[in-house]
Design a protein around this ligand. Structure first.
Ligand code: PMT
Length: 222
């Protein structure tokens, strides 16, 4: 029999990139494939959890038994998450949410009249910070994609966003992170740390979920 440490727990997971439109034919986005978030969703379901997956545009099949909500922009992802969050015990923010969106989306296709094009971007809401700041937040797990000073930046995000846990990945290591099948994570929580070595995202998801259920249980017991 499989171990079911998350039996009956309700997990809300974000995955993939967001797309921020510039005009009717163009958008800015990033290289997130959704693989990390989908792996966590699949393994959480295998551990007996009820899983809701809010995902940006990705080319992945929905794991069996997982409720999937498709969104495009950060604003849509925030709306979907806020509509669901009160029905969930644990929130895992794996999505690579665009930090900025175009100040105005052009009604018509932007023409190439000039040699230079200047666009103004405005900050998107921080979904994870919004959830962690709720009066009764779920157990909040953030991700941190870093290209330098991984530990310092991850610990800062853990404290600033008042998270229960953060999983940091160094996105400069070839073959890991964005769009690959493997990843490695440095996981931090208030007062603790564990390093999960490079391995397939599906295996890594199990290791991360084990840490999440341990810490979640410990928080319930205090
Ligand atoms: O999708 P894959 O190809 O499998 O790649 C996986 C991954 C590299 C995308 C994943 O492992 C990862 O690191 N995800 C977080 C990427 C990211 O945007 O990190 P960040 O350091 O910019 O954001 C920190 C945290 O805040 C993240 O949990 C993010 O989901 C959240 N956030 C950020 C901005 C925002 N506006 N809203 C948020 O909720």
């Amino acid at each position: 029999n499989p171990v079911q440490p998350l039996a009956g727990k309700r997990l809300l997971i974000t995955a993939g990139p967001t797309r921020e439109c510039l005009d009717p034919v163009r958008f800015i986005s990033n290289h997130s494939s959704g693989k990390m978030g989908f792996a966590i969703a699949e393994q959480a379901r295998n551990q007996g959890a009820e899983v809701t997956l809010v995902t940006g545009p990705v080319a992945l099949t929905t794991p069996k038994g997982v409720q999937r909500i498709n969104v495009e922009s950060a604003a849509q992802m925030l709306d979907a998450v806020m509509a669901e969050v009160n029905q969930h015990d644990i929130f895992v923010a794996t999505a690579a949410v665009a930090d900025y969106r175009a100040q105005a989306v052009a009604d018509n296709k932007i023409k190439k009249n000039d040699d230079e094009l200047t666009l103004t971007f405005v900050k998107n809401p921080d979904i994870l910070k919004t959830v962690a700041g709720l009066p009764k937040p779920p157990f909040c797990v953030g991700f941190a994609a870093e290209s330098q000073d991984v530990e310092a930046y991850a610990k800062r995000k853990l404290a600033d966003k008042k998270l229960d846990m953060i999983a940091a990945n160094d996105i400069t290591i070839a073959g890991l992170g964005f769009n690959s099948d493997a990843n490695a994570l440095n996981v931090f929580w208030p007062g603790g740390r564990q390093d999960l070595p490079a391995q397939p995202k599906l295996a890594l998801a199990v290791a991360l979920l084990n840490l999440i259920s341990e810490r979640y249980q410990e928080k319930q017991d205090t």
